[in-house]
Design a binder for this molecule. Structure first.
Ligand code: PDD
Length: 281
């Protein structure tokens, strides 16, 4: 797992360098993707690359590659790192200008870096018992639908969760549940699977979309709702978080209280099996 990609070259991870004038470093002026890889193959790669393109467009950063050349680049990186079950991190910044200046430069080349990380299967306890989550106020900037690397609020909220003995923080804005610090949120409320409808303060998760696809395919009563209130969340019989690295985790404790029976629920079990059938296909 020690070959990285930096601006057209494959280099040893510990030798990979970008300029201190890079705007990704100075201003978090950059976007990223995390693509799960199963048996050497990127899962949902096209959807991730399309979202990368949308994130770049939102920040008016030129996309340095088309989908085919992105796919070739990342497939080569995966191969050079031995394939297997990993995740690929890819980041595109606006690039490095000659000086630090808030104004957007027009004449610089985007910086592209990518590397692989191990993606270990969740511990048995996480599957059997689920995880704890806390709710927190969402202090992030508005444009969370852009997968930017401006993640300080997410990182600090994740640390608050850790300090409270929880695995994830679920963020609440204007009286409505948005998402986790690095995951989307689902809840089973009165027998119906609900997830917050997409808006600019929520990332359009690839795993979220797949879970909704499975729900539609398998006739699970479900809806994307404008307002999933913290009270509805607290009363849910099941809560899940989804992401490319964690797939689907059952939240069995919320703010210190059991969710439903306090054990992963039957719909979660069904959804996890369906999702794994797809990722292992
Ligand atoms: N995060 N919401 C946020 C804020 C996220 O950071 C993520 C993923 C998701 C889930 O999206 P997807 O299903 O496409 O992974 C939702 C990645 C894994 C990360 O930052 O590491």
């Amino acid at each position: 797992m020690n070959t990285a990609y930096v601006n057209g070259e494959y280099v040893a991870l510990d030798q990979a360098r970008v300029s201190i004038l890079d705007r990704g470093f100075l201003f978090a002026d950059s976007v990223y993707e995390v693509v799960p890889v199963y048996a050497g193959r990127g899962f949902g790669l096209r959807a991730h690359l399309e979202r990368l393109d949308r994130s770049l467009a939102a920040l008016r950063i030129r996309n340095p590659h088309d989908i085919q050349s992105w796919a070739a680049l990342l497939e080569s990186l995966i191969e050079r790192n031995g394939g297997g079950d990993v995740s690929v991190y890819v980041q595109v910044t606006r690039g490095a200008a000659a000086r630090r200046d808030h104004r957007l430069p027009t004449d610089i080349e985007p910086t592209v870096v990518a590397f692989c990380q191990s993606r270990t299967a969740p511990e048995a306890a996480v599957i059997e018992q689920g995880i704890a989550a806390i709710t927190l106020a969402d202090t992030r900037w508005r444009y969370c639908s852009v997968k930017s690397t401006a993640l300080l609020a997410n990182v600090m909220a994740a640390d608050e969760a850790r300090a409270a003995g929880a695995t994830e923080a679920i963020l609440v804005r204007d009286g409505a549940v948005m998402e986790g610090t690095s995951s989307n949120v689902f809840a089973v409320v009165e027998g119906r699977l609900l997830t917050p409808a997409l808006r600019e303060t929520i990332l359009a998760g690839i795993t979220r979309a797949i879970v909704l696809e499975i729900a539609a395919r398998d006739g699970v009563d479900h809806a994307e709702v404008q307002t999933l209130s913290p009270d509805a969340l607290a009363a849910a019989s099941e809560i899940w978080i989804t992401s490319s690295t964690r797939e689907i985790f059952a939240v069995t404790q919320l703010d210190g209280a059991p969710v439903g029976t306090g054990r992963p629920g039957p719909l979660w079990t069904r959804m996890r099996v369906a999702l794994q059938a797809m990722t292992h296909d």
